[in-house]
Design a protein around this ligand. Sequence first.
Ligand code: ATP
Length: 300
Amino acid sequence: MANSFLSIERLTQRYPDGQGGEFTVFKNASFGIEKGEFVCILGHSGCGKSTIMNILAGLADPSGGVIKMDGQAISGPSLDRGVVFQNYSLLPWLTALKNVTFGVAARFPHWTKQQVNDHSIAFLKTVGLSGDAIHRKPSQLSGGMRQRVSIARAFANEPKLLLLDEPFGALDALTRGTIQEELIKVWSGTDQTVFMITHDIDEAILLADRILLMTNGPNASVAESVEITIPRPRVRTAIVQHPNYYAIRNHLVQFLGKRSVELSGKASGDETQRPETVRIDKTLPEGTFDENPMLRAVTI
Ligand SMILES: Nc1ncnc2c1ncn2[C@@H]1O[C@H](COP(=O)(O)OP(=O)(O)OP(=O)(O)O)[C@@H](O)[C@H]1O
């Protein structure tokens, strides 16, 4: 884990409690993310997901702990780490295309204008935007289109780590479904490492290689790392028929409904918290054990 592409070691965050004291949001959280992995984090409101995201983005400093990317401790924001927020955060005075080229030109300063344009247009196209739409300003685009621009912009910059903070939270279910599939398409064409917050269990199963589960705050911890044992490519309408789908879903629902509360506040003193790896695979014949001793088969 310490050698992972992204390693989070003993991350702790405390905030003032507004009454002269302070409270601990999470303590000694440690986990790793490998290059090219798509990892989602799930947990109840207030457990500290956005706080972890802001620390990874370099927008906030932790009370304790270290984050290393490619072996280097990170500090402050960097073009190596891109963020997509729920509220799009596009520059309102620029067209969709210019919102993308703006970052690409900064990221690849040696590129010609034509290269920057072609690269940006290609990413916009992957998320379903082409023609007139890319020359419109954000106020002239629908919410779904704006979020497509944000996603295209983030991927086009090719950051080493892409952070997605509930990117589909403000979208209706139909638009959400379409853009989730576009996100998979654009991610599959890169070796991009993605860390994403979502409140949607089905979205997490569709998108992630692994789901990190957090217990409730205060004193929250990252308790489990659940592998999504459903092969890619994944299509929403087909994956629900995979034997592992409901087994994984039930495990996540159980955790969020019950165990996240039971385990809450059990983040222990100075010990390093490492999430337990959970691998659920109903496709293995009865009585088969995985050879990897790190993995635990779960019976639901
Ligand atoms: N700057 C701050 N000062 C004081 N307390 C804060 C600050 N930022 C966050 N908190 C508190 O830290 C806790 C975790 O907040 P955070 O936004 O990280 O949770 P979250 O899991 O992302 O929640 P949600 O799912 O609702 O977005 C909350 O109790 C919140 O009130």
